[in-house]
Design a binder for this molecule. Structure first.
Ligand code: CO8
Length: 261
């Protein structure tokens, strides 16, 4: 892919920012946008120098207002399943990305937009953010993982209410039900997310990668298997120079100088 039309990809030291940038359509996800996102995540997978990622929406109003309804309207069943499959590939790519991804939710996060935020590791919302799974209003169900990730995050009862009513909730309610980690004033959203990304980037990169992998893999296992999996990943840390440096620095009462090795 030579040119990104709907997505901006920027790097600043160890932090990458991806901005879905179709503000006229409230950053709705069409096929092309999903492909561009997938391309960016492919780049990030190989970018050892990047330790944390911020994902946001362009413009003032929306993170992502959903899958693109104009694009979906004419799809037949096969094409719709294919589109849903591409969406799932993108969401899974975020979860499998070595770096933690912070969703900076700067406005509407509806349908596929809410689902996109759910695939991220951490969600920070601006005070004007709105969340919901309004698919039932359109005669469809969520197709990018909302029926699965939402109950896993906020519990089946609350998720069922949002999924069956199509209700849209504000940022304060999203915080109350555990859908977001934090709510901040709109003008502080990006600074807050970047600060958190920088804090993550200041830790041992190998530990952060193994930690994300362990959380995301273990959460789908029963506790016994997940704890065994954690023990293996914990052991992996001891094959790194960062572990030696981190523990030595603590004992020498100085800041660790992690090299990601
Ligand atoms: N798709 C396409 N265009 C959109 C979308 C969308 N999801 N959302 C907004 N837009 C467009 C509008 O059509 C409008 O375009 P235009 O200016 O050309 O008329 C522009 O963005 C601005 O929107 P509004 O004028 O509607 O702005 P308002 O401030 O009045 O309203 C809302 C904002 C409340 C966000 C409203 O736009 C809205 O309700 N949008 C749709 C929300 C929605 O239903 N999202 C769920 C979509 S379905 C989905 O995501 C399923 C995911 C799984 C797919 C599986 C594949 C098979």
């Amino acid at each position: 892919m030579t040119e990104l039309k709907n997505v901006r990809f920027e790097k600043d030291g160890a932090i990458a920012q991806i901005t879905i940038d179709r503000p006229k359509a409230l950053n709705a996800l069409n096929y092309e946008t999903l492909q561009e996102l997938l391309y960016c995540f492919g780049l990030l997978e190989k970018a050892r120098e990047i330790t944390a990622v911020v994902l946001t929406g362009g413009g003032e109003k929306a993170f992502v207002a959903g899958a693109d309804i104009a694009y979906m309207q004419e799809l037949d069943a096969m094409a719709a399943a294919d589109f849903a499959g591409l969406g799932h590939t993108v969401m899974t790519a975020i979860e499998k990305l070595p770096q933690p991804v912070i969703a900076a939710v700067n406005g509407f996060a509806l349908g596929g937009g809410c689902e996109l935020s759910l695939a991220c590791d951490i969600r920070i919302a601006s005070e004007n953010a709105k969340f919901g799974q309004p698919e039932v209003n359109l005669g469809v169900i969520p197709g990018f993982g909302g029926t699965q990730r939402l109950p896993r995050l906020i519990g089946k009862g609350l998720a069922s209410e949002l999924l069956y009513t199509g209700d849209i909730i504000d940022a304060a309610e999203a915080l109350r039900i555990g859908l977001v980690n934090r709510v901040v004033p709109a003008d502080q959203l990006m600074a807050t997310c970047r600060e958190m990304a920088k804090k993550i980037a200041s830790k041992g990169p190998i530990a952060i990668r193994l930690c994300k992998k362990t959380v995301n893999t273990g959460v789908e296992m029963d506790l016994d298997r997940a704890n065994s999996y954690e023990a293996i990943q914990f052991g992996q840390c001891f094959a790194s120079k960062d572990q030696k440096e981190g523990m030595q620095a603590f004992l020498e009462k100085r800041a660790a100088d992690f090299q990601g090795k």
